[in-house]
Design a protein around this ligand. Structure first.
Ligand code: GLC
Length: 659
């Protein structure tokens, strides 16, 4: 669960305790402190000013009408409060269904790991999501609620769902059609719980793997990102122009994070791109904008703005990027959503000024997760004082309504039989097979030494008593990585799936003997070693590393030293050692390379660990290729693309061996 959610929950409990009342909706101020509630101090909530006129639904509820007529007919009936409520996206952990009915929020999200209070099964989620969607229909105009989650490698918050390889692995797989099928399967598992929107795919092209979000991106090359991003969007949404597009088995995708996140100094998450705006515009024109152009071509209807800044100016207040380039040059007519409380990082001296900066720059929907009452009050004040125009509000709300009409939300039957049918597919064999195929294809063979005419992998297959070393050989949480069950991900058996060693056992036993060890000790009878090493789960800033920290975890380093000593003690230095790396990015493994007879980059494969054994022992070959330039020493990452630095590169982008 996002630690922010925990803090809020404590504050809310504290506030309830202090206020002594059952379900007071506390107004969290900017610093998250619980304050007075609107209703308690008798000022009445924003909702009390709402007109009670009977809605005229004749046009906007008629699917035979064209979208723009429906938008116009609905907008014309909306009060300022109703418009402003459509522009805010609270976190589900901080609101009740009554709040949804009373305020008429346009959208609600579950941040990473923000599961219903009842539990984390698909059924728990379906119940919570549909409770909130039903509450939205109780409002005067009955504008449907758009629910968003980060389904970035499957419906990854929910227990028991299929967790697919993270995008860095899908890029390595080099198969856009597979990427599309992965996204389609994920869309079904998301739609099954009533959610209609995923904040995916990430379209960054990381230049520096010190960045904690490298694994969320397909490639360092924006042209590659454009291909896989479009395929992912096609899978999530269905193909533009076909019956499938945004039907009840698909979800809205989100092109994120606009723009430049992969270019920050030292790969610092939410950091600054040290370029002038002119230099940055040239960078965009050189190709970095192409993934977004491709996404728009593919019919993406939501774009999330990036936390990073350019030349010190935060993207969320960069009018030139959002209004001139995204909405202007690219002609984007969908909705622009801000990132998680990102408005609160803007240069304005007050929250009110920050909100003004956000809408002025072109943000339409504000992911202001706990300060939603502050947001609505300040936005109303900005309009009433003339700092924000009615046109700006109407443009933002029109975009939100347009996307809702296009996505069929006004025709959606809550808990429809489509949803029930999809619920049966959650975590099912069909999707697990797609994920297993994605694991197989994502693996990159980086070394496969030949000795006496046999490759390391041939010698492994000829072995009869295999030792599997390393804690990550049976750590489902590590092989899934961040954004799994919880925001940061966790080591251990966090959901249902198959570990790498279980997959190997299923392939080779009982013909071969297999044993597991975490210390790095081999036995006299062993005739081959598989060692699984890497980094533990992380997300966002928690994954930012200094160059010298880009290496396998400390316990893996100790285990590798022990293994080397043990092989020597047992006189086993000639048996094949096959290393499998579980990591969200290239790591510094140069010092170990000579100790490995074979080296496989498995990225963050997700729940279907058998995919690794399928290639190690099965009839499948390695087909994966690196999408990132891999340095001998991460201290040289800045020189990745400089002329004449080839000797600093360990494996170039595009590298990958076959058996
Ligand atoms: C996060 C991420 C963004 C995600 C959002 C909602 O901070 O930056 O990728 O979609 O918040 O969880």
């Amino acid at each position: 669960m996002k630690k922010r959610v925990r803090i809020y929950a404590v504050l809310l409990a504290l506030a309830l305790l202090l206020s002594g009342c059952g379900n007071a909706q506390t107004q969290t101020g900017m610093d998250g402190t619980a304050g007075q509630t609107e209703r308690e101090n008798g000022q009445g909530s924003l909702a009390d000013d709402r007109e009670t006129a009977e809605a005229d639904k004749s046009v906007y509820m008629d699917p035979a009408q064209d979208v723009e007529s429906r938008v116009e007919a609905l907008l014309a009936q909306m009060t300022l409060e109703e418009k402003i409520a459509q522009m805010v996206q609270p976190e589900q952990a901080g609101i009740t269904a009554e709040d949804v009915s009373e305020y008429g929020f346009g959208s609600v999200l579950s941040g990473g790991g923000s599961a219903p209070s009842t539990g984390n099964s698909a059924q728990d989620w379906q119940q919570r999501v549909n409770e909130l969607k039903a509450a939205a229909l109780q409002t005067r105009l009955g504008i449907p609620l758009l629910y968003g989650v980060d389904a970035v490698h499957g419906n990854n918050n929910v227990f028991g769902t299929v967790i697919f390889p993270h995008n860095i692995g899908l890029g390595a797989a080099g198969d856009p059609e597979l990427t599309e099928r992965v996204a389609q399967a994920a869309a079904e598992e998301v739609r099954a719980i009533g959610v209609q929107w995923t904040f995916a795919p990430t379209l960054g092209n990381p230049q520096n793997e010190r960045w904690g979000r490298t694994y969320e991106c397909f490639s360092e090359d924006p042209q590659e990102v454009a291909v896989y991003g479009a395929a992912s969007i096609r899978g999530f949404q269905g193909e533009l122009g076909t019956e499938e597009y945004l039907d009840e088995k698909h979800v809205l995708a989100c092109a994120k994070h606009f723009i430049g996140e992969g270019y920050t100094t030292d790969g610092i998450n939410q950091g600054d791109v040290a370029m002038t705006q002119e230099e940055f515009d040239l960078l965009l024109e050189s190709g970095v904008i192409d993934p977004y152009a491709a996404a728009l071509n593919e019919g993406v209807r939501t774009v999330m703005i990036s936390f990073n800044s350019v030349d010190g100016v935060k993207c969320h207040e960069n009018r030139h990027l959002i209004r001139d380039i995204l909405k202007g040059e690219l002609g984007f007519t969908g909705l622009v959503v801000s990132d998680y409380n990102a408005i609160q990082q803007l240069s304005g001296a007050t929250y009110k000024e920050q909100i003004r900066q956000g809408i002025d720059a072109g943000v339409d929907l504000f992911m202001e997760v706990y300060s939603w009452q502050d947001f609505m009050k300040n936005m109303k004040a900005l309009v009433e004082e003339g700092s924000v125009s009615a046109e700006q509000i109407d443009d933002a709300v029109s975009r939100i309504l347009r996307v809702k009409f296009e996505a069929g939300l006004f025709e959606e039957t809550i808990g429809a039989e489509t949803e029930q049918a999809l619920l049966k597919k959650v975590g099912g064999e069909e999707h697990r097979e797609i994920a297993r195929e994605a694991v197989r294809k994502s693996l990159v063979l980086l070394k496969n030494e030949t000795q006496d005419g046999k490759s390391a992998l041939e010698r492994l297959n000829a072995a009869e008593n295999i030792r599997v070393c390393g804690q990550k050989a049976y750590d489902l949480g590590s092989q899934c990585g961040g954004w799994t069950i919880s925001w940061q991900g966790m080591s251990g058996k966090t959901t249902q799936g198959t570990t790498i060693i279980d997959g190997i056992a299923a392939q080779v036993m009982p013909e071969k003997k297999l044993s597991h060890d975490v210390k790095g000790e081999v036995l006299e009878e062993n005739d081959a070693v598989i060692v699984v090493i890497g980094e533990g789960p992380y997300a966002e800033t928690d994954g930012d590393r200094t160059a010298d920290a880009l290496k396998v975890s400390a316990d893996d380093a100790v285990m590798l030293e022990n293994l080397k000593a043990s092989l020597k003690e047992q006189g086993k230095q000639d048996i094949p050692v096959i290393a499998i790396l579980i990591a969200g990015r290239p790591l510094n493994i140069t010092e170990y390379l000579d100790d490995f007879d074979a080296l496989i980059m498995a990225w963050l494969p997700g729940t279907e660990g058998e995919g690794v054994a399928d290639v190690l022992f099965g009839e499948y070959d390695f087909t994966g290729k690196l999408q990132y330039t891999w340095m001998k020493d991460p201290a040289d990452i800045e020189d990745k693309f400089a002329e004449g630095n080839e000797d600093k590169v360990l494996f170039p982008a595009g590298f990958g061996l076959s058996k």
